[in-house]
Design a binder for this molecule. Structure first.
Ligand SMILES: C[S@@+](CC[C@H](N)C(=O)[O-])C[C@H]1O[C@@H](n2cnc3c(N)ncnc32)[C@H](O)[C@@H]1O
Length: 305
């Protein structure tokens, strides 16, 4: 099962979570259960609550984690509901979030995430709410420009948005492949050697918008930090600079604490976290070679004070 699915930075995640302490760990993005399996296998004193908003992923995770029996609890839902899922009476020993899309989502054309596998313009992780096609159909050129610029850091956002709106009006945007072609044609010839497909940024941008990923991440971090017991660990793996910046800034602010406005001194009792990764941890060349999707991963970790 899931032979192709290899969890990213797995040994590093388990080590930073410090699972030897035992207790309740939350995998906020349980996906296909790869990290969760490693966390559970690392210590019999670990219990795990796994969340995912993708029903297909959760079904796979359920089968994979079945051998751990009652030590595992899985729930379909958004990690924005972490507080409610954990409940008022529990504290957690660690929270792991391995952000972004799963290989299941990317590899199945019909989920609409991939520009290399044809499928409907969907991109909804939860299979619920507005699809990418709905977003495009209901957005103006200006709004799409903003999405491509903000969420894709696409340097040619305006040109791409104009072409996408025009193609939509001509009824030509009926698949991921059609969208990818429109974006590729809209972009000027790449300077030098372009390593990534020219449609990458536009697809990333739409996916982030459809799933409201950045706002969800902010909410997750706030809730996770509140739920951690003392010495509890937070481990986040992100896959692009927008996510990584949010994680980096949040950890830095909570580690710094508040400054007394009169004395200018840091109030040490308001420090909430100790950041364990001065720089983000990256996969080794060997991991990238074995699993090219790990290429852009960056792991940051913190300890609750
Ligand atoms: C990179 S995959 C995780 C893979 C997992 N660590 C494993 O080893 O199989 C990311 C998962 O996060 C889920 N996800 C993304 N945003 C979410 C959110 N706001 N709430 C719950 N799950 C989310 C996706 O559906 C996807 O399954």
């Amino acid at each position: 099962m899931d032979a192709l699915h290899v969890p990213v930075l797995c040994a590093e995640s388990v080590a930073f979570l410090d699972v030897g302490r035992g207790g309740l760990f939350v995998d906020a993005t349980v996906g296909l259960g790869g990290h969760a399996e490693a966390v559970l296998a690392a210590s019999p004193a670990v219990r795990l609550l796994g969340l995912d908003r993708d029903p297909d992923a959760l079904e796979r995770a359920r089968a994979r984690l079945a051998p751990f029996g009652a030590r595992v609890e899985l729930a379909l839902g958004d990690f924005r509901e972490l507080d409610a899922r954990v409940g008022p009476d529990r504290r957690v020993a660690g929270v792991l979030a391995d952000l972004g899309v799963s290989s299941l989502q990317l590899d199945r054309g019909e989920r609409g995430f991939s520009f290399s596998r044809d499928g409907p313009l969907d991109m909804r992780m939860s299979r619920d709410g507005r699809t990418a096609a709905d977003w495009i159909a209901s957005s103006t050129e200006g709004e799409l420009t903003e999405i491509f610029r903000k969420y894709g850091e696409e340097p040619e956002a305006r040109r791409v948005a104009r072409a996408v709106v025009a193609a939509g009006e001509r009824g030509e945007l009926d698949s991921t492949r059609a969208l990818a072609e429109v974006v590729r044609r809209a972009k000027r010839a790449p300077r030098g050697e372009e390593r990534i497909d020219p449609a990458t940024r536009a697809f990333q941008a739409l996916r982030i918008a459809v799933n409201d990923e950045l706002a969800a991440l902010e909410e997750l971090l706030d809730q996770a930090v509140r739920l951690l017991e003392r010495e509890g660990r937070l481990v986040v793996i992100s896959y692009h600079s927008l996510e990584d910046r949010i994680v980096k800034n949040k950890l830095r602010d909570l580690a710094r604490g508040q400054v007394d406005p009169v004395t200018g001194r840091t109030l040490s009792e308001t420090r909430v976290l100790d950041v364990l990764t001065r720089k983000p941890v990256r996969p080794t060349p060997a991991e990238i070679e074995a699993n090219p999707r790990s290429r852009s991963a960056r792991l940051r970790a913190a300890r609750r004070l």
